[in-house]
Ligand binder design. Structure first.
Ligand code: PHE
Length: 470
């Protein structure tokens, strides 16, 4: 007989806030607003909401149920359903291991911005040409090694390491219970303030920009465009809810048997979507107000790291305070997400190789440090040209991002649906979901989605990653 050690557990609130902490991250604060602005405002939001409540909900339920039922991290959890399926668990563990280094590298950039604002130098970050940002990520004119991004990355990843090292109750739960409510208060405050700002130069107000965000824009909408919006929303939903990377399985394994799963899932969805909506509510109108329609075109990093400092600058001297609060908020969001990534890998090493938390987390940290260093150095012009560009033609950060989000995640998610829907069976999953006799009104959606619709949608996402839909 296998020896049983008591597994760590979250309190009911701790579970919700830790899972919401994982879900709320850079995706909510940065990618959601950008996609909403690009994809027809209210139309994107509407599609996104429908997807979260059906597709995302089904996958999240599957993962949490699998975790709580087996009380194991991904590899062992899938192994429990059938030895053949262990590889799905490995897939789900490799993904966070690959995401940690680049997520923490971006976390480092955010720390640098927060530090700049907190020390009263926020105006230095205002640079429309992107020079400040380039320095922050380590692009040097002469190809010398930039130490700053490495230092900030190191600080961010080490903070993550310390919290995971402290454990489920004393580290992750404590951090989530403190950071998430503060995050919520800050974002509501900024949303309230930013709604009423006005640009004295152009005369535009944020309120005028609000319609771009909220009113569905059907102008020039074709079927192909519509499908592309749906695909954008699906990919975003997936990433935002931290699905298919072993996290919800791992966190589910720490969920108390007497906590209500349906209720917790509702709360996580509400938290994650609420923060994304608020982030869009802040960014789309203010960027429109201070930078006009062209400003809304800023994609990728330039929205947060180049456009927003200009927006804060436009708000006058109080803008510096808002900027500081904003980047602190982003640190909290990114930190709780990175914690969940590190925990998923650590828990797998603990369970699979029977190691202590201490040893497991140190191994995870060491791997993250090495790959993270390579990610940071990837921006070094000289090293990049000599070693990487010739091989890949892309940035290391972007390659890792593509490999995980566009390639591995859809595959792991399809397999998760198959294992939960057909091998383990939705009936068994439902038993776990309703263990304490809870009502589960979305039961039919869960069953139909997991067994039939989600795998097909995921397959379409996968094909889209290879550019099949233009
Ligand atoms: N869900 C997080 C976000 O929205 C991203 C994330 C990805 C978190 C992977 C953990 C793991 O930014």
């Amino acid at each position: 007989m296998e020896e049983k050690k008591a597994r760590s557990t979250f309190s009911s609130l701790g579970f919700v806030l830790a899972a919401a902490g994982s879900a709320v991250g850079l995706g909510n604060l940065w990618r959601f607003p950008y996609l909403a602005a690009k994809d027809g405002g209210g139309l994107f939001i509407l599609i996104y909401l429908v997807l979260v409540l059906s597709f995302g909900f089904a996958l999240m339920t599957s993962e949490i149920a699998l975790g709580r039922k087996t009380q194991k991290s991904p590899v062992a959890a899938f192994g429990e359903i059938g030895k053949t399926w262990k590889f799905v668990g490995w897939g789900a563990t490799i993904i966070p291991a690959l995401i940690i280094p680049y997520y923490a590298a971006i976390g480092g950039w955010v720390c640098k911005y927060a530090f700049t604002y907190l020390t009263g130098h926020g105006r230095d970050a205002v640079d429309a040409s992107g020079g400040f940002f380039q320095t922050a990520i380590g692009i040097t004119a002469d190809g010398s090694v930039a130490w700053q991004p490495i230092l900030w990355f190191f600080i961010f990843i080490t903070a993550t390491f310390i919290i995971v090292y402290l454990g489920v109750e004393n580290g992750i739960e404590k951090a989530s219970v403190i950071l998430m409510p503060i995050l919520l208060i800050i974002i509501i405050f900024i949303a309230g303030y930013s709604t009423f700002v006005k640009d004295e130069v152009s005369g535009r107000t944020a309120l005028q920009g609000l319609s771009i965000y909220l009113v569905p824009n059907f102008k020039g909408l074709t079927l192909v465009k519509f499908l592309n919006i749906v695909l954008d929303a699906m990919g975003q939903m997936f990433y935002s809810l931290s699905l298919a990377m072993g996290i919800m399985i791992t966190y589910g394994s720490y969920m108390k048997k007497d906590s209500s799963m349906p209720k917790s899932i509702n709360q996580i969805e509400l938290f994650d979507t609420g923060i994304a909506l608020l982030a869009g509510f802040i960014m789309v109108p203010t960027v429109y107000c201070f930078l006009g329609e062209e400003g809304l075109g800023s994609a990728g990093p330039s929205l947060m790291f180049i456009a927003l400092p200009q927006v804060f600058n436009g708000m006058g001297s109080f803008g510096l305070v808002i900027g500081a609060l904003f980047f602190v908020l982003v640190i909290f969001a990114a930190l709780t997400s990175c914690i969940s990534l590190m925990e998923a890998v650590t828990a797998t090493i603990m369970d699979r190789f029977n190691q202590s938390r201490k040893v497991s987390v140190i191994i995870t940290y060491a791997i993250a440090l090495v790959i993270g260093l390579i990610v940071c150095l990837g921006y070094n012009k000289f090293l990049f040209e000599v070693s990487f560009a010739s091989v890949s033609g892309g940035q290391i950060l972007d390659i890792l991002d593509w490999a995980t989000n566009s390639f591995l995640m859809p595959i792991v998610a399809i397999l998760t649906c198959i294992v939960v829907g057909w091998v383990w069976g939705t009936d068994k999953a439902l038993e776990e979901v309703q263990l304490n006799g809870e009502k589960f009104p979305r039961k039919p959606i869960f069953v139909v989605m997991t067994k039939y619709i989600a795998p097909v949608l995921l397959f379409i996402i996968l094909l889209n990653s290879f550019g099949l839909f233009g």
